[in-house]
Design a binder for this molecule. Sequence first.
Ligand code: ATP
Length: 324
Amino acid sequence: MSDPSRAVASPAGTQTSAGPETVLSVEGLTKRYGSLVAVAGISFQVRRGETFGMLGPNGAGKTTTLEMIEGLRAPDAGRITLLGLDAVRHRRAVQQRIGVQLQSQALWPELTVEETLKTFRALFRQKVPLEGLLERFSLVDKRRALVRNLSGGQKQRLSVATALVNDPEAVFLDEPTTGLDPQARHSFWDLIRDMQRQGKTVIVTTHYMEEAETLCERVAIMDQGRIMALDTPRQLIRGLAFDNTVECSFAGSVGRERLLALPAVRDVRNEDGSNFLLTNDVPATLTGLMGVTDDGGERVQGLQVRTATLEDVFISLTGRRLRD
Ligand code: ATP
């Protein structure tokens, strides 16, 4: 049976023509580890000044893709053009002009904040003043603090600062907010918005759909080494056959067929005893739901309505949640 919720507005990112404003063009990029195909011939492009997200669960191939683009891992096939250069053949030249955020665990714990930034600055011909970086990342007071004594949020800010020491044209952030509490995550988003205002091209991987939805102009949804869909978050969500989810549970049991027959319901998911009605007309579905309550004596216990998200797009495409 075909699943109406699978309809997504755009097919996988298959554009191949690179214009002058294209900062990054990836064509047929492939990486295998033994018999495992980690990245399966993906193609996409990123425009100058764009914030481009790669959203997918663990093991989708996001890190492998970034590492190939950054020149840290050799592709098995495909072509990467970054800042107008072949990123494999001109790896060193490209690396001078890009910023790569290391995982915060990869920072040296026994160096101070200032020593860390100086060490990274020494790697590049072009560099921004240290003071400006410390101010921008609210690390002035911590300049003499050892990395091992920083909070999670401070370490994360430092790791982004290290990616900007060379005033890069394109910045790569690999799951930058994993492990951060919501407050630190939101202040991190402000740093990314700051980069956007400066016109930087930002390529970010994440498995948080709110992050992709909030920050990214376009998002590639990845799973098992493939790009399943690529578009703006709004278009991806609009491509779904429903625009809202009504979550409900009942005092007694109500059959799936009964719920599927309710007005405007396109599909029904069942999880942990709750029913999720995927609807394109909330008032009509709610009215129908009240009818179930009246005639069968099955009282609705919990009821929640929420608008569709990129998580719904991912589930529609793969049948799985982003985070299991
Ligand atoms: P995560 O969010 O967990 O980092 P990801 O989307 O970044 O996931 P990758 O790290 O790129 O995914 O991994 C893609 C697949 O390749 C996974 O199945 C992973 O186990 C495998 N893989 C990654 N690196 C290696 C390696 N060096 N050797 C063998 N397999 C690897």
